[in-house]
Design a protein around this ligand. Structure first.
Ligand code: ATP
Length: 372
């Protein structure tokens, strides 16, 4: 295994700039996820590492060696792209064993068969080995493609949404398997996904990619708690972080005043110039629901917590939790609360919502969206 390093990568497709000033290091044995929306440049980044796209500028290193001008086949990377790239005329076994028949990885026939069977069992496709890949579902094909990666050792694994066609249950199982495999083998992995749950659960570190630029790289916890900007904050969490536009005022200390007057919160300890236009970010789980003024406990109604009055706009029961949207002035705030808290509650009922002002994020309302 070997670490990967991208430095100052730019990639232009004609006049379209797909990647810009992209630098990323994946340490030897590290599991790194690239998270970003469609078109952010995730696949292009993987292709640049693999050598399938030549960067317009910048260098690619594998295990410390500059491979920018090295042919893909000589980079010793195992890849799995969303388009599968399987041999359509062949059965599953042949597809899985072929990476072990390449001159570089040639294994004796019996050892190769054992290896294929092991990987097939791990991925739950051992009963399909004789089947032609044309007779497989998309989810089964995707697991064969992943099997072709896992079957042989490589300097690093490059995986592009390798679980996207699996149903939720199988995806969770495969996620756990992948994590275990990477830990056991100490595999260096660069894994592309647009699913933040996948990124948070798999990665040692996550790189958030947006419009061809890396916004932030960090551990899942770091990105969750200290997003550098509003794009990163919006990349994590479902329901997404609540964002309210407003301005900072000085009323015996800094306060946030929403543009429509619905929200008014103290921002203790924040040094933000009065008059600065900002966007307030509050995670749905950081809001606490109270069923009426009388229900707000002392600690929550004290100066430490901000108190907001509103009405229930939407209420959805989801297993042991409930998601609700509360209208405060003309702001709509999403909350996630234990289901027991919403028993008997209905649309238009009056509620009180509190939030610890230390838990809210404040972002500049300019192009940078930087957290302050
Ligand atoms: P998705 O999640 O939808 O796969 P992505 O984050 O992987 O998206 P890329 O496929 O890397 O995004 O594409 C980044 C940008 O580069 C997009 O605007 C895309 O249209 C463009 N692009 C990618 N490949 C090419 C190409 N071969 N020629 C021209 N433009 C391209």
């Amino acid at each position: 295994m070997a670490g990967l390093a991208l430095a100052g990568i730019r990639k232009d497709f004609g006049r379209l700039r797909a990647l810009e000033e992209l630098s990323l290091e994946v340490a030897d044995g590290e599991f790194c996820c690239l998270l970003g929306p469609s078109g952010a440049g995730k696949t292009t980044t993987l292709k640049v590492v693999a050598g399938l796209e030549e960067p317009t500028e910048g260098t690619v290193r594998i295990g410390g060696t500059d491979v920018t001008d090295v042919e893909p086949t000589h980079r010793n990377l195992a890849m799995c792209f969303e388009s599968y790239a399987l041999y359509p005329q062949q059965d599953v076994f042949t597809n899985l064993v072929s990476p072990l028949r390449s001159p570089r990885h040639r294994l004796p026939e019996a050892a190769a068969r054992r290896r294929v069977e092991e990987v097939a069992e791990l991925l739950g496709i051992d009963a399909l080995l004789e089947r032609s890949v044309t007779q497989l579902s998309n989810g089964q094909r995707q697991r064969v493609a992943l099997g072709r990666v896992l079957v042989r050792p490589a300097a690093a694994y490059l995986l592009d949404e390798p679980l996207s066609h699996l149903d939720a249950k199988l995806r969770a199982t495969m996620r756990a398997e992948l994590k275990a495999i990477s830990r056991e083998r100490g595999t260096t992995t660069l894994y592309v996904t647009h699913d933040y749950v996948e990124a948070l659960s798999l990665a040692d570190r996550v790189g958030v990619l947006d419009a061809g630029r890396i916004r932030q790289v960090g551990t899942p916890r770091h990105l969750w708690e200290e997003p550098v900007d509003i794009v990163v904050a919006r990349s994590f969490g479902r329901p997404a972080i609540n964002v309210v536009s407003g301005v900072v005022a000085d009323v015996a200390g800094p306060r946030f005043l929403a543009d429509d007057g619905g929200l008014d919160l103290p921002l203790p300890g924040r040094r933000i110039r009065p008059g600065t236009r900002v966007q307030l970010g509050i995670r749905p789980r950081d809001l606490t629901l109270h069923r009426g003024a009388g229900d707000v406990p002392e600690s929550a109604s004290g100066s430490a917590a901000a108190r907001l009055e509103g009405t229930v706009y939407v209420l959805e029961h989801l297993g042991r939790q409930a998601e609700l949207t509360v209208r405060v002035g003309s702001c709509l705030l999403a909350l996630v609360v234990p289901r027991t808290q919403v028993a008997g509650l209905g649309t238009d009922d009056r509620v009180v919502v509190t939030v610890d002002p230390r838990r809210v994020h404040v972002f500049l309302a300019d192009d940078s969206g930087r957290r302050v």
